[in-house]
Design a binder for this molecule. Structure first.
Ligand code: ATP
Length: 199
């Protein structure tokens, strides 16, 4: 799936609005050490639903909001929007372009949007499941990730292949269905108890 555009405001070192349009082919981002190259991949990872702040090289969620510099005051909000090309219909939405937006306030409150309509984080995870852009996918491979994959346990490595093979969505649905079955069985037991008491 093609990335069309990345827009950020207040994310990490990007105090001003940043707008990156991705063209056809490969995009390379070059710059001196500490200029924010990895912050761009962090922004992509974050907007795609990353929840573990350590994977974004932070310790607490506030760390991804611009924390100020000698000439600029800290900001109270960070926002990232990623525009995905959906011409091939890989995302189960009837739009040729899908914009995912995530916003976080210093208070800790978060907001999520799909095509400017507010949604839950779960909706973003569901939208991206099995597209290769999901949480556990290898979409963004950081410098230490390759070692981590090579050293991972077989069970952990299996999750990577499952995401790539596109079965995560069905595994999640199976988990939900089993949970509902379990709840229903408990309800039936309770109904049987009550019926027995009445009889
Ligand atoms: P390298 O080439 O060394 O890997 P890089 O270009 O990938 O560097 P990044 O790691 O993306 O650079 O950016 C690091 C910079 O981002 C540091 O200067 C750091 O102070 C700044 N930074 C990170 N989080 C914040 C924040 N919340 N507010 C302001 N600046 C931040």
């Amino acid at each position: 799936m093609l990335l069309r555009k990345l827009e950020t405001y207040g994310f990490k070192s990007f105090a001003d609005k940043l707008n990156i349009e991705f063209g056809q082919g490969i995009t390379a981002i070059v710059g001196p050490n500490g200029s924010g190259k990895s912050n761009i991949t962090d922004a992509i990872r974050w907007v795609l639903g990353e929840q573990n702040i350590r994977n974004l090289r932070g310790a607490k969620s506030e760390d991804i909001i611009f924390s100020g510099s000698t000439s600029r005051r800290a900001l109270g909000v960070a926002e990232v929007s990623l525009t995905l090309d959906n011409a091939e219909g890989l995302l189960p939405l009837d739009f040729r372009e899908v914009i995912i937006t995530r916003r976080i306030f210093r208070s800790g409150d978060s907001e999520y949007y799909i095509n400017k309509t507010q949604c839950r984080l779960k909706d973003i995870h569901q939208l991206l499941a099995d597209t290769g852009l999901g949480r556990d996918s290898m979409t963004v491979i950081s410098q230490n990730k390759i070692d981590e994959v090579l050293n991972s346990k077989p069970d952990e490595r299996r999750l990577i292949f499952e995401e790539a093979a596109g079965i995560t969505r069905y595994k999640n649905r199976k988990k939900d269905a089993l949970r509902k079955l379990e709840d229903t069985e408990q309800n039936l037991l309770r109904v049987a108890d009550i019926t027995a008491e009445i009889d």
